[in-house]
Design a protein around this ligand. Structure first.
Ligand code: ADP
Ligand code: MG
Length: 696
């Protein structure tokens, strides 16, 4: 392309990831400027009001009076004076000095654009974009001029936000409608009154009016959602059609025997429904890839147990992976006691399993004697070999990396079924976008008899009353959690706060009447384990801890959850923590302690927590407050990195796209009809797409 030599091409690749013409066209402008507006230099001198505007951009037309290089080494800079009829403006460059210098000619008129900064009270433009004033520019153009994001390195090489627009403009002049063919079916375009793809491309870069720009944005956002959704649906369809899976078609003695004789409670309707969904899915001969969502305490463990028994009835092994050692141990304890009378061999394998024991387990596993293996990530270490692994259950899915899950897949000739369980409710929008290729089950019902947890907000100043309340509960025979934040960025300070907090709790609850467990990430594993065990066994009444206990820990006798510095926690984390109580028969409480100075978001989070116990509602709010970028596990995935669309703000468009895709795939799963052909061709041409969400 004219204007892009090897050096610039290299920079565009490195700085913006622009490799092709297509990439350049998809580097959308972040705003447009009205080319007709020219600022007078005198205006800039008086316009200063930092309280109302944090960044002031200016476009100035003037003649170059002089320029010089001043300073040494790091202080070296190029300073130029630009004059218009109202005054003189200083332009400064710290980088790319020799390149800029070549562009400057005293006496020449320029159009400069940049952010106004003030140095000694005088306005100046640092690293402004600069172009020689031509007759064409002076008469002005009748479109809105696009401004693109760029980097400092590109800017000093003459590829500032507006110069990139020059390239785009050049490129738009070179491409024809056939180069940007339509990729949505015509009936969809007509129905939604969307402009075509070529037109949209032109209008997003060079709209004549704001209305044209908006038309383009609408079309392109829809396209982003539509294509992403379509790809997911097709992937799922393909898996349903072609993937081979082990067959669980027998419901035998293990499942039935346990169900009839050892089930400690009647299953909820939701649990039964989910088990049925899984049974149907695993009996078909294709690999199951299922996400199971259920709020904290909804009873996912028992579902996992029954599904594992189903695997064993069909002569397969099962494994259950948990994100933390504590949780793996707890699962092991729960499950081995549930299965005690069934004679099913259950083993635990974690990072702290002793070498001899480990060796024994590995051998038994490979020979097929161990039927259920429970563990942490250690399970997927390469040395772990199964005899005939039939199903993998992953608890708290989003803590597992995609690559780790892929490893599991290699552990059997026919890929095992995969059930991913998560208690962090994923908002519906996110689920349909990010996990669209998975099958999906929900436990939307809590076991009977649960009393809703009462959540209150208390300030630091009310601490002693909170402690009195805990004491009253403990004296009734209950237990309490006191959770401190531990945030990576402020780890040292948080750690000190935790220790200080622990000492403080001790003064309220002196031994030997009261005993306190403390668990945090810096403890050696055995100490952690011991402290945890003492709390589980009710040897201690209070658990002081960081969020390491966040996931899964089950102590039904605990009825109070105090969260210190609650303002520091995110919504889903608060909800997870709260889920540690309210698991037994007793009425439970959650106390959010905070300082008095709260930001708006923190205040809102606390308000939501005190007003609802519903995890899905909380997840939706969380998405609204934080945006999708922050949702665990999705950031690196890229699936939510739409260029224009936002799953929060553009939810109606997303739902529309999803519905239209479902209809399309249902009617024409192979996209063979004439109207779907252009979409099919587009999908086939797009190479290198990573199907990250394929979890197994
Ligand atoms: P989670 O979905 O958070 O993993 P668990 O499986 O740990 O939930 O279950 C929470 C608690 O509820 C456990 O103590 C479990 O024994 C109990 N539970 C699960 N299902 C039922 C049920 N159908 N009836 C009564 N209690 C149940
Ligand atoms: Mg659980």
């Amino acid at each position: 392309m004219k204007g892009v030599g090897p050096q610039r091409a290299d920079l565009l690749r490195k700085e913006l990831g622009i490799f092709t013409f297509g990439d350049l066209l998809e580097h959308y402008p972040f705003r447009h400027i009205d080319r007709t507006k020219i600022n007078l230099i005198s205006e800039l001198a008086t316009q200063i009001d930092f309280s109302t505007s944090d960044t002031v951009y200016a476009q100035v037309m003037g003649r170059l009076m002089s320029f010089e290089i001043v300073g040494q080494r790091a202080g070296k800079r190029l300073i130029a004076q630009l004059k218009d009829k109202t005054g003189i403006l200083e332009l400064t460059w710290f980088q790319g000095i020799s390149w800029v210098q070549k562009q400057l000619e005293v006496g020449q008129s320029y159009l400069v654009f940049g952010r106004v900064t003030y140095y000694n009270g005088q306005p100046q433009l640092v690293h402004p974009e600069l172009e020689v004033l031509t007759a064409e520019i002076q008469t002005g153009k009748n479109f809105l001029e696009p401004v693109y994001s760029t980097t400092e390195k590109l800017r000093v090489r003459g590829l500032g936000g507006r110069q990139i627009g020059k390239l785009t403009q050049l490129l738009m002049g070179m491409v024809h409608e056939k180069d940007i063919p339509e990729n949505l079916p015509d009936p969809v375009l007509n129905k939604l009154k969307l402009i075509n793809r070529f037109q949209a491309c032109r209008q997003i870069h060079f709209p004549q009016t704001p209305a044209e720009y908006n038309e383009a944005v609408k079309r392109l956002k829809f396209e982003e959602f539509f294509i992403a959704q379509l790809r997911m649906n097709l992937l799922r369809l393909k898996r349903h059609r072609y993937s081979k899976g082990v067959v669980f078609d027998k419901v035998g003695d293990y499942f039935n025997g346990f169900y009839k004789n050892h089930l400690p409670f009647a299953l909820t309707t939701a649990q039964k429904r989910v088990i049925k969904e899984i049974r149907t899915d695993t009996a078909r001969g294709r690999q199951m890839n299922r996400l199971l969502q259920g709020d904290v305490g909804s009873g996912k463990t028992i579902v996992a147990v029954l599904v594992m028994l189903l695997a064993i009835d069909n002569n397969y092994q099962a494994c259950l992976m948990a994100p933390t050692e504590i949780l793996a141990q707890q699962h092991y304890k729960t499950i081995s006691s549930l299965l005690e009378k069934t004679g099913v061999p259950v083993k635990l394998l974690t990072g702290s399993t002793k070498a001899a024991e480990r060796k024994k387990i590995l051998k038994e596993l490979e020979e097929g004697h161990v039927k259920i293996l429970i563990g942490t990530h250690a399970i997927i270490e390469d040395v772990v070999k199964f005899n005939n692994l039939g199903i993998v259950i992953i608890d708290e899915q989003h803590r597992f990396g995609v690559a780790q899950r892929a490893k599991l897949w290699e552990k059997a000739r026919i890929p095992p079924h995969v059930l991913v369980m998560t208690a962090t409710p994923i908002p519906r929008t996110l689920a349909m976008t990010a996990y669209g290729d998975l099958d999906y089950s929900v436990i939307d019902e809590l076991p009977p008899g649960r009393k809703p947890i009462t959540t209150v907000h208390r300030y630091e100043s009310q601490r002693s009353r909170v402690m009195d309340f805990i004491r009253a509960e403990i004296d009734k025979g209950r237990q309490a959690y006191i959770i401190f934040p531990l945030i990576e960025e402020s780890a040292k300070l948080d750690y000190e706060n935790l220790m200080h907090g622990y000492e403080n709790v001790k003064t309220y609850f002196p031994e030997p009447k009261y005993w306190i467990s403390m668990v945090h990430g810096r403890q050696p594993a055995d100490q952690k384990k011991l402290n945890m065990k003492r709390f589980v066994d009710h040897d201690t009444q209070i658990m002081v801890s960081t969020t390491v206990i966040e996931v899964g820990v089950d102590v039904p006798n605990a009825s109070v959850m105090v969260i210190e510095s609650a303002e520091k926690f995110g919504l889903s984390q608060l909800h997870q923590l709260r889920g540690r109580v309210g698991r037994g028969a007793e009425k439970s409480y959650c106390v959010l302690l905070s300082g008095t100075k709260l930001g708006n978001d923190a205040r809102e989070r606390i308000r939501i927590m005190t007003s609802t116990n519903n995890g899905f509602e909380i997840a939706e709010k969380d998405l609204e407050l934080r945006g999708p970028g922050d949702i665990e596990g999705t950031k690196q995935s890229g699936v939510l990195n739409f260029k224009l669309a936002s799953i929060v703000q553009d939810r109606p468009i997303l739902e529309l796209a999803r519905n239209m895709v479902s209809e399309m795939v249902e009617n024409d799963p192979d996209l063979n009809s004439a109207e779907n052909l252009q979409t099919k061709v587009f999908l086939q041409r797009q190479k290198g797409h990573i199907t990250w969400s394929k979890i197994s």
